[in-house]
Write a protein that binds this ligand. Structure first.
Ligand code: PCA
Length: 216
């Protein structure tokens, strides 16, 4: 039974005026699929993103956490399967920090798997006519960091809390100033994708059994 879900979206970073993740998250309804949605903008900062999520989890005790971030250059909505214990940043975060080859948690497990029903989420997003794939790398930047920490938080302090991550493409307005083939997705489509993800989380206490992996 899922009563409430915390949905986070990152602040703009890397010189972008907006982050499609927070733009979409903040347009989600307050209730969906029988659940209350708690929406939170979090800083694109290795140091501060974690405490923002942790404080909200402690305050609201949600049944699930879905974090959402921008993956500029990806063409599909991607539901992340795994977070790795590595911070390696190609650009500085919004606090000017640029970790290289650092563990997110010294001595922590090499990786955590998402505990949300990722395959059900992919299928439900696709069923609404929106390109979506299961992804096996959330990268090594702040998004991977928040996913790793949230899953660690669940494992250590909030048993039963399900958590995971979705990356979304640029908005068309962001792609305008980029090379010609840069993919993008309309904001209304991103909102519908997140609604479909939330619905799948509410409807699937455990994931569907179906093979979906990559062959490369
Ligand atoms: N995307 C970045 C960090 C914040 C965001 O929205 C990432 O994929 O790590």
């Amino acid at each position: 039974m899922c009563r409430n879900i915390l949905v986070t979206g990152f602040a703009p970073f890397g010189g972008e005026p907006v982050n499609p993740a927070w733009e979409a998250v903040k347009r989600l309804p307050d209730r969906a699929a029988g659940m209350e949605l708690i929406k939170l903008e979090i800083p694109t900062s290795f140091a501060r993103c974690v405490s923002a999520v942790e404080a909200s989890v402690a305050a609201h005790l949600p049944d699930a956490v879905l974090c959402v971030g921008q993956a500029g250059g990806r063409a599909c909505v991607s539901v992340e399967r795994v977070a790795i214990n590595l911070a390696d940043a190609r650009i500085a975060d919004n606090d000017g920090n640029q970790p290289a080859e650092q563990p997110i948690r010294a001595g922590g497990p090499a990786a955590y798997f998402a505990t949300l029903p990722v395959k059900a989420m992919v299928r439900n997003i696709q069923a609404r006519g929106i390109p979506c794939q299961l992804s096996y790398s959330a990268g090594t930047y702040v998004c991977n960091c928040v996913m790793y920490h949230t899953l660690h938080l669940a494992a250590e302090r909030f048993p039963g809390l399900r958590a995971g991550f979705i990356h979304v493409p640029y908005l068309p307005g962001q792609a305008v100033s980029k090379p010609a083939a840069t993919p993008s997705m309309e904001l209304s489509t991103l909102v519908r994708a997140l609604e479909a993800a939330v619905e799948a989380i509410a409807d699937n206490p455990s994931d569907i059994r179906e093979s979906m992996g990559t062959i490369y």
